[in-house]
Design a protein around this ligand. Structure first.
Ligand SMILES: C[S@@+](CC[C@H](N)C(=O)[O-])C[C@H]1O[C@@H](n2cnc3c(N)ncnc32)[C@H](O)[C@@H]1O
Length: 378
């Protein structure tokens, strides 16, 4: 385990970060989280991390000239990748953390569960404000929880740190006044609504945004999304789990033959494939999208739903026309096109206009409010 020490020079950098988060509106004026950001030394939790840039990945360590600057820049600091090179743990971008913590407006005596301990930095912020005795944190990766436990203890915090699958919550500590998830989920786990007391709060990334839900007496939960787009590392069922990656399906997309048709479309194909429509991220959360050049002049797009084997290949033609070839049980292209076109017609709203309701048995109802309201239950 790399050594972790608080830098004597970091007090000023911490306060500067807290000031920047306030100036940019990520922390409200007078926010109780201001002192947490200004007090907790982030470098304790990230003695080594990688930064991604145009030239690829670069490891950063305490001896490096830009180490402390990087620690106190508003950047995600990645600490772990899976075998395929996909990031699976990081200290999240402070501005995103700040927005989530602000949304997680629990009372000072709240007992809370954090899902996704990671480095332990966010846990430390929670401990600073609420007191460690009120904080339970869980991560699926035993090495991460062991390291975070030690680093938290180094700065005097002793929360309950658990190793396990946080999508099951942590029943031993329930009921909680709130659950804050720092990994994303595709559907809200039913264990979370069942382990939060009525009136309690759940804040999590789901789809393309962060939602703040309030749990009701009858076990349902409801709330609005925060204004901006957000995409966190997905919760994985086990530490060694590797999620399917789009690149694995290039051969399928390029070679498979299926039902073929040509059509005109009102929105460019690449905008449909890489849409920011929140309803697409919610309803097609398990569909992978990809685009690649087959020759210098042609950009071919693909959609794959790994668990059903459904796929679609979309080849732009002249003007607004595309050739679509698809196979499997789901017509992924038609599903996505309908959603993306409706979203574009509604002036491309951001997550803040959507609400989510979770039924007592786990049904999800996503509502888009505003001038053309619509809802989906799934
Ligand atoms: C973005 S990182 C969390 C950042 C962390 N809060 C911090 O301040 O460093 C997401 C974390 O979620 C964890 N994770 C992924 N799947 C999980 C699961 N099923 N249960 C609990 N934690 C999980 C990952 O191991 C990873 O450490």
């Amino acid at each position: 385990m790399p050594t972790a020490t608080a830098s004597p020079d970091s007090a000023e950098a911490r306060r500067r970060l807290a000031d920047t988060l306030t100036a940019e509106g990520m922390l409200t004026e007078g926010s109780p989280w201001y002192e947490a950001f200004a007090t907790v030394p982030r470098e304790i939790f990230v003695p080594r991390f990688t930064l991604s840039g145009p030239d690829g990945r670069r490891a950063v360590e305490p001896g490096d000239a830009d180490y402390l600057d990087a620690v106190y820049t508003d950047t995600t600091l990645t600490i772990r990748h899976d075998d395929a090179g996909t990031p699976i743990s990081s200290s999240s971008q402070p501005s995103v953390m700040a927005r989530m913590l602000e949304a997680f407006a629990v009372p000072a005596d709240a007992r809370i569960l954090e899902i996704g301990t990671g480095t332990g930095y966010n846990t430390a912020l929670l401990c600073h404000l609420l007191g460690a005795v009120q904080v339970t944190t869980i991560d699926v990766d035993p090495e991460l929880t062991a390291t975070a436990r030690l680093r938290l203890a180094d700065i005097g915090h002793h929360p309950t740190v658990v190793t396990g699958d946080g999508t099951q919550g942590h029943l031993a500590g329930a009921p909680y006044d709130g659950i804050l998830a720092t990994c994303g989920v595709d559907r809200l786990p039913i264990a979370w609504t069942r382990q939060v007391r009525p009136g309690g709060t759940i804040v999590t990334n789901i789809g393309n945004g962060v939602v703040r839900l309030t749990v009701d007496q009858d076990g349902t939960a409801e709330g609005r999304f925060l204004p901006d787009d957000a995409m966190f590392m997905r919760a994985r069922p086990a530490p060694d789990h590797t999620a399917p990656a789009a690149g694995q399906f290039t051969g399928l997309i390029m070679k498979e033959t299926g039902t073929r048709r040509e059509m005109g479309i009102p929105v460019p194909a690449d905008e449909v494939i890489h849409t920011l429509a929140h309803e697409v991220w919610m309803l097609q959360h398990d569909v992978l999208s990809m685009s690649f050049e087959t020759d210098p002049a042609t950009l071919v797009h693909g959609l794959v739903h790994p668990s059903s084997g459904s796929w679609a290949r979309i080849t732009p033609q002249a003007g607004d026309r595309v050739t679509v070839e698809h196979g499997g049980a789901r017509d992924l292209w038609t599903e996505r096109l309908d959603l993306a076109v409706q979203w574009a017609a509604a002036h491309r709203p951001r997550p803040g206009v959507y609400t989510l309701t979770i039924g007592s048995c786990g049904t999800h109802t996503l509502r888009r409010t505003g001038t053309s309201p619509v809802y989906w239950t799934f």
